[in-house]
Design a protein around this ligand. Structure first.
Ligand SMILES: Cc1cc2nc3c(=O)[nH]c(=O)nc-3n(C[C@H](O)[C@H](O)[C@H](O)COP(=O)(O)OP(=O)(O)OC[C@H]3O[C@@H](n4cnc5c(N)ncnc54)[C@H](O)[C@@H]3O)c2cc1C
Length: 460
């Protein structure tokens, strides 16, 4: 744990605000409350508060602002590494993890999601009405953090970034007021928050258009790492020939020999292709045929209830210390495949747990006319390289391995394009938001002149 300075007089002003849910340095519970999902990220805020209602969020904002403290909203802390890069000694960490809930309007196909809710809850609620949620690969990721930074789902080549499905947001801004923003209410802030995420306030609710799928053809194919050269080329060809209804990923994964892992994973280096195909069973089987022809050792593709898509990618179910790196690739020619496999292919010892390429393009790349600061992303593939980092030494080693893989792909990378949700090093301004960067910075000066809010990716 990072050493923290003793509780400041400013932070003391929060004491007593929320019974049993204000934690100052030195308090029992402070260490647990400040620890994000990514447990390798060390956060040392002036205080942690855990509001569970809109009124409590307002009280926290008003008290913090009048004490001269800044505010960092956080739901799960999946992106905790971003906040860890900031000095939080004058900042209150506002954890929304206890402030959750979902209601679904089946007529309008809209889900109303409370600020700290995770995707598994939304997927389950939507499924009651035969609908699906535009979630990512893991059910324990927060809806707000994912969606308002873009959000890449396995439905995405058909439907685009999750952020384009936001119909309204309610947030508590620096003046302590609840603002509702939509295309016809506070339209400038509605534009800005769809990409600007936690830079403008604490989101207490978000309304999302759900997807018309009660089930989905999805699953994974698994081979030993020895097969990586053939499988990766076949996957590249597959991604170049598939319709928008197909969204997949290719991964090289290395697992330690842990008894809690299933035998097909424990102590193994494997190659996995997974994702979703929004087609009939017959059409999906036809599309998968070139990959199945490579005789995968495990093949789970088939029709599953929509919420089960959250289990396909095998993401960790418990908080995990990790470091990562990311870049976008414009193409995946043989040279790029060779460079990728030279780092993580057969016979290597990469130090990475996961080297992943997500298939982009399709609707991910389509700009939405009434979209927000982020509405599309350029690039054919997104690299996400992850190492487990239980100690500072492991974190340094893993970060170097992840950066090494990224830099080996530089000749094919797309400068100026990033998935903010896969970027765990803080970026801001034009690097993060492209052309929208300048307008976002103007909005931030107008809406939060005192710079009360701190988010992982800043905008000025
Ligand atoms: C296992 C795993 C799988 C993932 N899979 C995918 C994937 O498939 N696709 C993808 O695009 N990304 C994926 N991600 C990345 C993930 O989307 C980002 O880390 C995202 O930021 C997490 O959001 P969160 O709310 O859970 O995290 P947090 O760290 O809690 O929040 C991240 C940021 O969001 C903002 N924020 C969160 N809640 C609020 C709120 N209520 N009000 C205001 N601001 C708020 C804050 O600025 C905060 O710094 C994955 C991450 C992990 C660890």
């Amino acid at each position: 744990m990072t050493d923290v300075t003793p509780a400041s007089a400013e932070a003391e002003s929060l004491r007593g605000l929320l019974p049993g849910r204000v934690f100052l340095p030195g308090d029992p519970g402070y260490d647990e409350a400040r620890t994000p999902w990514n447990t390798s990220a060390q956060l040392a805020p002036a205080a942690v508060v855990v509001p569970v209602s809109v009124a409590e969020v307002q009280a926290v904002v008003r008290t913090a602002v009048s004490a001269g403290l800044r505010i960092a909203p956080m739901s799960t802390g999946h992106a905790g590494a971003l906040l860890a890069a900031s000095d939080l000694s004058g900042t209150v960490l506002v954890r929304l993890s206890g402030f959750t809930g979902v209601t679904v309007d089946p007529e309008e196909k809209i889900g109303r999601v409370v600020g700290g809710t995770v995707w598994s809850e939304v997927a389950a609620a939507a499924a009651l009405f035969g609908l699906a949620a535009p979630h990512g690969s893991a059910g324990n990721v927060g809806v707000v953090g994912f969606t308002l930074s873009g959000g890449v789902s396995f439905y995405g080549r058909e439907y685009g970034l999750a952020v384009n499905r936001v119909r309204a947001v309610e947030l508590v801004t620096a003046d302590g007021i609840v603002q509702r923003v939509s295309s016809h209410e506070n339209a400038d802030l509605f534009w800005a928050i769809r990409g600007g995420n936690g830079n403008f306030g604490i989101v207490t609710a978000i309304e999302l258009e759900l997807l018309p799928h009660s089930d989905v053809y999805a699953g994974m194919l698994l081979w030993d790492l020895d097969r990586a050269p053939d499988v990766m080329r076949a996957w590249r060809d597959f991604t170049q020939n598939t319709p928008k209804s197909v969204t997949t990923s290719f991964r090289v994964m290395s697992f330690p020999p842990l008894p809690e892992l299933p035998p097909f994973l424990a102590g193994r280096n494997i190659v996995v292709v997974d994702g979703a195909i929004l087609e009939t069973d017959d059409r999906a089987s036809d599309l998968l045929a070139p990959l199945r022809a490579l005789a995968p050792e495990v093949d789970t593709f088939g029709r599953i209830p929509a919420p089960a898509l959250l289990g396909v990618h095998m993401d960790p179910l418990v908080p995990t210390p990790s470091v990562s790196d990311h870049c976008m690739l414009g193409e995946l020619p043989d040279g790029a495949i060779d460079a990728f496999l030279a780092r993580v292919g057969p016979g290597t010892n990469s130090g990475l747990m996961i080297a992943e390429l997500r298939q982009l393009g399709g609707a991910f790349a389509e700009r939405v006319p009434d979209g927000g600061a982020i509405s599309s992303v350029d690039g054919a593939y997104a690299l996400f390289a992850i190492a487990v980092a239980p100690t500072p030494e492991a974190a340094a080693y893993g970060a170097e391995a992840a950066a090494g893989l990224r830099s080996s792909l530089t000749p094919w990378s797309l400068p100026g394009s990033l998935l903010l949700t896969f970027t765990e090093h803080p970026v801001g301004g034009a690097d993060a938001y492209g052309h929208a960067g300048e307008r976002l910075a103007d909005e931030a000066v107008r809406l939060d002149p005192l710079q009360v809010f701190t988010a992982g990716h800043g905008i000025r």
